[in-house]
Design a protein around this ligand. Structure first.
Ligand code: NAG
Length: 332
């Protein structure tokens, strides 16, 4: 038995080192940005095995708060980042969940809880609130001011339930420790809004390109899907999630206009954050509020491109967007 690293999930609790924050992070008009980091327990596994752990009642901040960012890191027992070719971080997902009132959080079983989903269209097929994969290290998650993702709204839980925070699911191959960190603010009535998830297909196959296509230098597999966005508003953030082989994805409005394009970055070396052959980051979109808008019920198109130089199985093409309602005038 060998000891494999941990996943470090960091939530920011006290105003942390300015150097690591985008400059706008410090300008939340006098409201104290807090952060908190959660270090998962160490997991012992044989090489090549897979770990899909769910931690309940993770010691993240509780209450009515506004999420500003989520970052994760896979580290060894000394806190040193572990490269993806040693421990592949397939995904990590954090979500609030509801439990029956009075139930003991520690004894609550998966069958008793109601996970809280984000308001995107993935929720029926993909148990998703918030999370990323191998691209974690170089993908911005900062929710631009004056917005925040709301959790812990006391009136939101279904009848007879209360909201618990947090559930963390870490899926790793050759497991390590994981840390996840979150930056947040106390909830302010005027902040908006929710994170939505869109997808081309939860899992699909990319066939190797034909010799004719190869001759034309056209070994790109394009998967397209339409999704109806129930509620419109201003897109203030967007990012795609793809697996190895992914080139990038784009999101388009009903008339074809480009709403956001998110492109994969591959590593070129051996060190953590720059692993050759792995997606180490996805570019993000931060449109100025009011410049990229979508309407209620608009049919959006998600386009996911993969290299078909070789076959890829079980790939994903997801798009996360943050949509702020038009009317919501922030007084932050
Ligand atoms: C996806 O592929 C199409 C067709 O090759 C191309 O026009 C588009 O720019 C690509 N988008 C991304 C994000 O790579």
């Amino acid at each position: 038995m060998k000891m494999w690293p941990f996943l470090l999930l960091l939530v920011t609790l006290l105003l942390s080192t300015a150097a690591t924050l985008p400059s706008e992070a410090l300008n939340v008009r006098g409201h104290l940005l807090k952060s908190k980091t959660f270090l998962s327990p160490a997991i012992f596994l044989r090489p090549g095995s897979v770990s899909n752990k769910i931690y309940f009642d993770v010691a993240f901040p509780k209450g009515h708060i506004a999420l500003k960012s989520f970052d994760a890191e896979v580290v060894d027992e000394h806190g040193v980042p572990v490269p993806l070719h040693e421990t592949y971080l397939h995904h990590w997902v954090v979500e609030p969940y509801y439990i029956p009132k009075g139930a003991d959080a520690a004894e609550t079983k998966l069958s008793k809880i109601i996970p809280r989903r984000n308001s995107g269209v993935c929720k029926t097929t993909l148990g998703q609130y918030y999370g990323l994969g191998s691209e974690t290290r170089h993908t911005a998650t900062w929710v631009p001011d004056p917005y925040g993702i709301e959790v812990g709204d006391p009136v939101a839980p279904p009848e007879g339930h209360e909201e618990k925070q947090w559930l963390l699911n870490v899926f790793q191959i050759d497991v390590a420790k994981c840390t996840v960190s979150l930056k947040y603010l106390d909830w302010l009535l005027t902040m908006a809004h929710d994170l939505g998830c869109l997808f081309v297909q939860i899992e699909y196959q990319v066939e190797k390109c034909s010799s004719e296509d190869r001759a034309k230098n056209d070994c790109v597999h394009v998967q397209v899907a339409k999704q109806i966005l129930p509620r419109g508003g201003d897109i203030v953030f967007g990012v795609a999630h793809q697996h190895s082989g992914g080139i990038g994805a784009s999101l388009h409005g009903e008339d074809g206009r480009l709403l956001c394009e998110s492109v994969a970055t591959y590593g070129e070396g051996r060190e953590a954050g720059n692993e050759e052959g792995y997606i180490v980051g996805m570019s993000t979109c931060y449109p100025k509020p009011g410049t990229v808008t979508v309407s209620d019920g608009e049919a959006l198109t998600v386009v996911s491109n993969y290299s078909s130089e070789r076959q890829h199985t079980g790939v994903m093409g997801l798009f996360y967007i943050l949509v702020a309602e038009h009317e919501q005038q922030s007084q932050l």
